[in-house]
Every structure is written in C-alpha cells, then in structure tokens.
Ligand binder design. Structure first.
Ligand code: 5GP
Length: 326
C-alpha cells in the first residue's frame, strides 16, 4: 500500500516544518494554513481517522492533547484561545486519511457552524435567509427613520449651483413688477403656523388662479437658482411683490428671521408643496438660510423652479450676513 503524505513526513521522505516531535507524535505546520497558527499533530501510529481509534489508543490520544496544550503555549495562543479538531471522512472534510489533529488559533475563529453558513448547505441556507431578512429589515427601518427624520439624508445627493444675477436684471424686475392689488384671501388657501408658533407672523397666500401673472422670463433649471448679494437683496426687500422664505429649522427661525419671512424648512419641503404652490407665480420668491451655499434654500428654490416660477432667488448671505450688518 502506498504511504500517505503524513507517513512520508513522519519517515522524513518529504520535508515539513516540524514544531514538535517525540516517539509517538509529530507536529508540523499545515502547508495551507486556515489560521495564523495552524499546526497538524499527527500520531505516528497509523490510524485512518478518529473513527478508527480504539481503547488501546486512549493514552496516545491523551498525549496528543497534552502536546496540543504545550504547542498552544509555545506558540502564544493559550490565552487568546485555540481550537483542536479532527475531521472524519468525506463529510467531515478529511482529505488525508491518516489520523491528525488541527491546532488552530491566532485570531477569532468564529462559531463552529461558520463553514455551514458559508457553504449555504442545509441549515446554512436558512441561517443565510434569516440573516438576509434581518439585514433587509434593518435597511428598511433605517430608510423609514431617515424619511421621517427632519434632518434626513438624501439617498442621492443633488447638486445645486448658485447662479449670480446682475444688478440690471434686478432693477428691471423691480420696474416691471405689477402693482399689487389687494387680493381677497380664500380661507382654504390661508396657511399659518401661528397655532404652534404664536410669535410667527401670520402667513397669508393667495391662490395661483387669482394671480395676475406677468409673462415669465426664461424658465430656470432646477438645481440652479439665481443668487442675490446683500445689496441686491436689500433692493428687493420690502417690495410688495416679494415673498421671503426662511429655509432653516423652526428653532432657528424662532430665534430670529428676516422681516415677515415664512418658515419652510428645506429638508421638509416636500410636505409643503401645496402651500408653496399657493404662492402666485408672479411673485418674486427669495429664499435664505444660515448663509453660504445653503442646500436648504436650494431645496426650496427647486420646488418653485420645477413648477415654472420665473423669479426665484437664493440670498446666499442668509441670516448670518443679514444679522451681522444690523
Ligand atoms: P484534513 O483535510 O484531512 O483534515 O487535513 C489535511 C491537512 O493536511 C490539510 O489542512 C492540508 O493543508 C494539510 N496537508 C496536506 N498535504 C500536506 C503536506 O504535504 N504538508 C503539510 N505540512 N500539510 C499538508
């Protein structure tokens, strides 16, 4: 009968890295280690597998475990932990049919059923399915929380550009602005948050159908609202045709805001679309937030731009610049 590979190693017919040897066992480094420490402890007596062990081998097997202990200490894995296993036959994963014990360690080895999970066999599939469901549930929960959260994150971050506008365009806009006529306020279109924030100015908007819309200038692209400097903003401020929107969180708005600005928090703008669309299209809509390239303002501006509002501006300096100059 041809010698198996371990027999050849025991007989020194093929080389191996020997970690330990005595008259009953040899311990060698595994040629294809499954862990930082992977030593094979091989009894010199030929036994096919653990299934071939008899009562006569009790002493030998006890010795194997003592050698394993000693090697674990020598190799520095006795405290962190290790595993001693032996595979039996095909389903047990045995490839060399000469009894041997794997001493594994040097890293967390995971649970014993890790291989089953990875292979997807039998219970593994069930565990995988369960794990998949848990992950899906977690993603769903996170998405739901994100959608409900006032500070929710975008799945795909939109890009916004602030396009500067020249002074002539502002002057022209002021010159062509229609003279305001008192518009009766239909009760249904009246929106106010005064009930929750009594100190806020009452916000009254008229229905688009009642507006006397001026012919719109060329429509702007969503994501690219025109931006105003402080001087331009001041020019427009106070004009009767201007609607001012503060896109910051309500707490900030409550601490201070510009003029009679209404508060539409940019991250929740979707919930306020009907309210925004109740603003006549001929209004000059100016949105601001804390200052800088404020995404909140752009989000609000985008709603107007998408619905074809011609005069939508973002005051880039926002509350920071406005309050600093006072
Ligand atoms: P089994 O799969 O039978 O439980 O384990 C056999 C182990 O022996 C495997 O981990 C394999 O990498 C190792 N092995 C196979 N051939 C050699 C060899 O020639 N030299 C050494 N050092 N290890 C080997």
């Amino acid at each position: 009968m041809e010698k198996n590979v371990f027999q050849k190693i025991i007989d020194k017919e093929i080389p191996a890295t020997i970690e330990y040897e005595d008259d009953r066992v040899i311990a060698i480094r595994d040629i294809a280690p499954s862990a930082p420490v992977h030593v094979l402890i091989i009894p010199k007596k030929y036994i096919t597998s653990a299934h071939g062990i008899t009562v006569d081998d009790a002493d030998l097997i006890g010795h194997v475990y003592l050698v394993a202990q000693q090697l674990a200490t020598t190799l520095g894995i006795d405290q962190s932990g290790y595993r001693v296993v032996t595979n039996v036959n095909a389903d047990g994963g045995q490839t060399v049919f000469h009894l041997h014990f794997h001493l594994l360690g040097g890293e967390p080895l995971g649970r014993m059923n890790a291989a089953r999970v990875a292979s997807g066999k039998h219970g593994g599939r069930g565990i995988l399915r369960e794990a998949g469901l848990i992950v899906l549930f977690a993603i769903g929960l996170a998405a739901f929380y994100n959608a409900m959260s006032p500070k929710h994150l975008e799945w795909i971050k939109p890009t916004y550009t602030a396009v500067p506008v020249n002074d002539d365009a502002i002057d022209k806009l002021i010159a062509t602005a229609p003279t305001p006529t008192p518009t009766p306020t239909p009760p249904a279109a009246t929106t106010t948050t005064a009930a929750t924030t009594p100190d806020r100015p009452q916000r009254t908007v008229d229905s688009p159908k009642t507006s006397t819309a001026t012919p719109p200038p060329p429509a702007e692209q969503a994501g690219a609202a025109r931006s105003l400097t402080l001087a331009q903003f001041k020019k427009l401020m106070g004009k009767p045709n201007v609607v001012l929107i503060d896109a910051r969180l309500q707490e900030k708005y409550d601490q201070g805001h510009i003029g009679n600005a209404m508060n539409i928090y940019g991250s929740e703008v979707e919930q306020h679309i009907p309210e925004l669309l109740a603003i006549p299209q001929d209004k000059i809509v100016i949105i601001y937030c804390d200052g800088g390239h404020c995404e909140l303002s752009h989000r609000v501006a985008d709603v107007f731009l998408r619905f074809g509002y011609p005069n939508v501006f973002v005051f880039l300096g926002g509350w920071a610049e406005w309050s600093a100059q006072k």
